[in-house]
Design a protein around this ligand. Structure first.
Ligand code: SF4
Ligand code: SF4
Length: 80
């Protein structure tokens, strides 16, 4: 399975929870603390992220950046 992760900008997150609902890996949750605007912001809570991008697509604030690990390069035997 492809491994991914997300970086969430907690300063602009408004805690709407759309990304939490959209994540098939149950990887996102509201933090216990608040940002400068008074919203509880979203955090990544497990390591099951596949980099599917669902969360970033639904976020109205564009607060989420998704990263995916590159696919492993297949080793080919050199022909002699
Ligand atoms: S990229 Fe997909 S799996 Fe990862 S946190 Fe976002 S919705 Fe969940
Ligand atoms: S969708 Fe965006 S604004 Fe809404 S809770 Fe998730 S990160 Fe925050």
């Amino acid at each position: 399975m492809i491994k991914g992760t997300v970086i969430i900008d907690g300063k602009i997150c408004k805690g709407c929870e759309l990304c939490i609902v959209a994540c098939p890996q149950d990887g996102l949750a509201l933090s216990a603390s608040f940002n400068e605007k008074g919203y509880r912001f979203v955090e990544l809570i497990n390591d099951k992220c596949t980099g599917c991008v669902n969360c970033a697509l639904v976020c109205p604030e564009a607060a989420i950046t998704v990263y995916r690990e590159p696919k492993p390069v297949k080793k080919t035997q050199a022909k002699v």
